[in-house]
Design a protein around this ligand. Structure first.
Ligand code: ZN
Length: 325
């Protein structure tokens, strides 16, 4: 690899715990840890080179060019260092934005991030860039990363619910992470787990990962009555709790239940438990919560399966009201 590759001239913060260098063949460049990075450590805090206040589909070459023109000479030089995945320059300026930007503010605007965009994708990553408000984005380690290890994050927020084939369609390149290596038991189980995580999510929220109801051509929930119950938020509280725990357990088995995912799930577990009203169910839920592992919790929660609870009268109304807020 030539020593004068343009990425060598990208400005990296002096104390950054990573370096940029060629990755495995076919993956272009990547970012590699230069020292031990502990779980929860911030890896990179970055301001965008510029922001274009439009959804991705509406951004034109002219928008990107106008943003480029407003940059300082140094920032212009940094922008011009960007190359496509194959190592050559881009043919259109809009392609530079497409491959180096992050959606902000619920996809209403896009920021160009020189360094975050140098990290490769994995469906089983060791780092995450949580959604945030404001233009500064931060990448955090979601497990300990040893010196020399490549640092990766997942490019799409809903991949925990997508099979290998669906992920590759969205990425438009072939990922070779552990969850993508065809013919391996892990990959086969991974597809099953991610499909069940998506189904559990549908049963809990009554909508698919795009926030919409599924049409009948690709049913995530094949049982029509169950699908209707999910969509009208009428799933009984006992089953609802099982779906939540099952999703958490499957995420853990898949290797995706990192501390940020736990911070998202755990408040719900705390919130749902006091909603049970029927005495015998309340006792089981107490035992569920006392189980130290997710597997133990799911196992215990199956005692609730199919049981009615006095809360089933009021819970759907409450959930529908919350949905309309
Ligand atoms: Zn993958």
């Amino acid at each position: 690899m030539p020593q004068d590759h343009p990425y060598r001239r990208l400005q990296i913060p002096r104390d950054a715990p990573f370096e940029l260098r060629p990755s495995s063949p076919g993956k272009g460049w990547g970012a590699f840890a230069t020292r031990l990075i502990k779980e929860r450590d911030a890896i990179l805090i970055e301001k965008p080179l510029f922001i274009i206040p439009k959804p991705s589909d509406d951004i034109t070459d002219e928008d990107v060019f106008a943003a480029f023109q407003r940059l300082t000479p140094t920032a212009k030089q940094q922008f011009l260092l960007l190359r496509d995945n194959a190592g050559g320059p881009f043919e259109r300026i809009n392609e530079v934005l497409a491959e180096n930007s992050f959606a902000l503010e619920a996809n209403s605007e896009h920021g160009l991030y020189l360094l975050h965009s140098r990290f490769n994708h994995s469906c089983l990553p060791n780092a995450k860039v949580p959604e945030c408000s404001g233009e500064i984005i931060t990448m955090f380690a979601i497990r300990d990363i040893v010196a020399g290890e490549e640092i990766t994050f997942c490019y799409n927020g809903d991949f925990e619910c997508r099979t290998r084939r669906e992920r590759h369609q969205a990425l438009r390149f072939v990922c070779d992470c552990k969850a993508c290596q065809l013919g391996t038991p892990f990959q086969q189980l991974s597809d099953v787990r991610r499909t069940f995580i998506r189904a559990s999510d549908y049963l809990i929220r009554g909508v698919d990962i795009d926030g919409k109801r599924q049409n009948s051509s690709s049913p995530i929930i094949a049982d029509r009555k169950l699908k209707e119950a999910a969509e009208s938020l009428s799933i009984p509280i006992c089953n609802r709790m099982i779906y939540h725990l099952l999703a958490a357990f499957l995420l853990e088995e898949e290797g995706l239940l990192d501390y940020l995912a736990r911070e998202r799930l755990e408040p719900f577990m705390v919130a749902i438990s006091p909603l049970f009203e029927t005495e015998s169910n309340v006792r089981i839920v107490k035992n569920v919560m006392a189980e130290p592992t997710w597997l133990g919790k799911v196992h215990m929660a199956f005692r609730l399966y199919g049981r009615a609870d006095a809360a089933d009268e009021t819970l759907p109304k409450m959930l529908r009201a919350l949905r309309n807020i």
